[in-house]
Write a protein that binds this ligand. Structure first.
Ligand SMILES: *Cc1c(COP(=O)(O)O)cnc(C)c1O
Length: 383
């Protein structure tokens, strides 16, 4: 029985050659592939600067640090995301504020953000759920008016467009973060990137990525010697390797192909489920042209005889090892201990009850998509 997860990588012989090429070279890390990959991401997204790092969680952490978020500062994000989007706020001592989502897109709702703003609000972290950009023009305007920072968690959204420009170009944000985990739209094994148009922020991110070591500074080396380096504050080792960057460069060349395939699979699912009133899908906004990372099927379990747990067990028994994105972050005991309760964000919670992420990745053939949809419907039919 073939097992289908919700996402997986696409690897070609060219990808393998790119990585092997680095293995044969002088530098496995801190070599030329890092800058090449960063330049390619800048060129692709239109951002002025890019810093690649070990993963998107590190990217979010560094973004919070570099923007100076700290104790007493509040940062607003969505409860319908992977835990890392919120956890990064706590890493630097900031306070997490959640704002509920729009049911039609599952993205953070700008009106809900407005309700959470206070004198202490320092930043907003919108998450481009399933690859569809949030309403960045509205969020950007709000942030500019209030003098607060915006860091896009674009972990799902490399390849996506918002208002005709690439996500990551930072037209309405201070920075955007990408993830290159194998389930995401493209991969480096593990990896992440931060794009920004802010020169000062870029410099800070570069320092923090590598222990905040001040190296090759003529003001130091001319006086003390060529070996000399300094540190003003502790940073991290959040570096990406050249092996990963070479894979990333090779993958980035196919991102538009991936996007086309992902959009095709989403439209196939929508067609195949069109007749069944118990299943619905998210809307795509006019300003969006998403490289879909997820294809959430929203199942109305109130119309079924079985619950979601049983439905999942039956799916798993047929080889469909699907996932749910996401358990609302404020449901985790850590956040409950901080004072959040179930029921605080009803739209995110209602969405969670319904959602199941269908398999979505470039290697799926049309036949497999048909098989998956047929199996899903058959189990629903029995339910
Ligand atoms: C995957 C993901 C992350 C974390 O990415 P890593 O590269 O695994 O650290 C953060 N935010 C969102 C929304 C994600 O989907």
């Amino acid at each position: 029985m073939k097992i289908y997860g919700y996402g997986r990588q696409n690897i070609t012989p060219e990808d393998i050659e790119a990585v092997v090429g680095v293995l044969r070279s002088d530098f496995l890390s801190q070599g030329p592939k890092i800058k090449e990959f960063e330049s390619a991401i800048c060129e692709y997204t239109g951002a002025k600067h890019c810093v690649v790092v070990a993963n998107a969680t590190a990217a979010l952490h560094l973004s919070m640090m570099a923007l100076g978020v700290g104790p007493g500062d509040e940062v607003i994000t969505t409860p319908l995301t992977f835990m890392a989007s919120a956890n990064c706020i706590g890493y630097v001592g900031g306070t997490v504020k959640f704002a509920d989502v729009e049911p039609e897109t599952a993205n953070i709702d700008v009106e809900e953000i407005k309700k959470r703003l206070s004198a202490r609000t320092k930043a907003i972290i919108p998450v481009h759920y399933a690859g569809q950009s949030c309403d960045m023009a509205a969020i950007g305007n709000l942030a500019r008016e209030r003098g607060i920072f915006v860091v896009e968690d674009a972990s799902h959204a490399i390849g996506s467009d918002c208002n005709g420009v690439k996500v990551g170009g930072c037209a309405h944000s201070d920075a955007a973060v990408f993830s290159f985990h194998p389930v995401k739209n493209m991969t480096t094994g593990e990896g992440g990137a931060i794009t920004t148009n802010n020169h000062e922020l870029h410099e800070k991110l570069l320092l923090l990525r590598s222990h905040a070591m001040v190296k090759n500074d003529p003001q130091l080396t001319d006086v003390h010697g060529k070996w000399f380096y300094e540190m003003h504050r502790p940073g991290f080792n959040y570096r990406m390797t050249d092996l990963q960057a070479a894979l990333g460069l090779s993958q980035l060349m196919r991102i538009e192909k991936f996007k086309e395939k992902r959009r095709r699979i989403v439209s196939l699912y929508k067609k195949m489920f069109a007749e069944d009133s118990r299943i619905s899908f998210l809307d795509e906004r006019d300003y969006s042209n998403a490289c879909f990372h997820l294809c959430p099927a929203l199942v109305d379990f109130e119309k079924l005889k079985i619950d979601k747990k049983k439905f999942f067990d039956d799916l798993w028994a047929t080889g469909l090892h699907l996932q749910v994105h996401y358990i609302p972050v404020h449901w985790f005991s850590y956040y409950q201990n901080l004072g959040f309760s179930r029921g605080d964000f009803p739209k995110a919670e209602k969405y969670y009850e319904k959602t199941i992420s269908l398999p979505l990745y470039p290697d799926l053939s049309d036949g497999e998509v048909g098989y998956i949809a047929g199996t899903f419907l058959r189990i629903l039919g029995n339910a």
